[in-house]
Design a protein. Structure first.
Length: 154
């Protein structure tokens, strides 16, 4: 909610006709800030998708396991949708492990272990009050894109 309020305040500042923008910079400075934030949010997801797909292609057993999981949950008649993602645990593990590429590290036997050690295992977006507010959107976007590409990849 605080992020939305911040964006609305910035938008109001851009719309104002007064010259009170000197403390924040010029109108062009504020526009550049918006563009910078927009590109930063989309560019990182694109790089994550590219790197993960490169690792999947270089690891045929992971590609085959992903295909099997996707075919068993979604089938071949349609593409993956957002509602399918909670039922694809191996895809989620692959997205969480693009560096060492050992997806099995993120597959847990129990839900309690996941909640207890979640913060210690994976910190790309930070945590707590200073954590990235778009974490859920980033995960859904990357998981969906990777899933569709694996599903359509020959």
């Amino acid at each position: 909610m605080k992020v939305l309020t911040w964006w609305m305040c910035c938008w109001k500042l851009m719309e104002t006709k007064t010259q009170s923008l000197t403390s924040l910079g010029s109108r062009n400075h504020i526009k550049a800030l918006f563009v910078d934030l927009l590109i930063a949010g989309t560019d990182t997801s694109t790089h994550a998708i590219q790197w993960t797909m490169a690792e999947i292609i270089n690891t045929p057993n992971v590609l085959e396991k992903l295909r099997e999981e996707i075919d068993s949950v979604v089938g071949k008649a349609r593409l993956i949708q957002e509602k399918d993602l909670p039922n694809l645990p191996y895809l989620q593990a692959v997205v969480k492990e693009p560096e060492e590429f050992k997806p099995e590290r993120f597959q847990n036997s129990g839900q309690e272990e996941e909640t207890r050690e979640e913060v210690l295992k994976y910190l790309p977006f930070g945590s707590g009050r200073r954590g990235y507010p778009g974490t859920s959107l980033a995960y859904v976007s990357v998981e969906n894109a990777i899933g569709v590409m694996v599903q359509c990849f020959d």
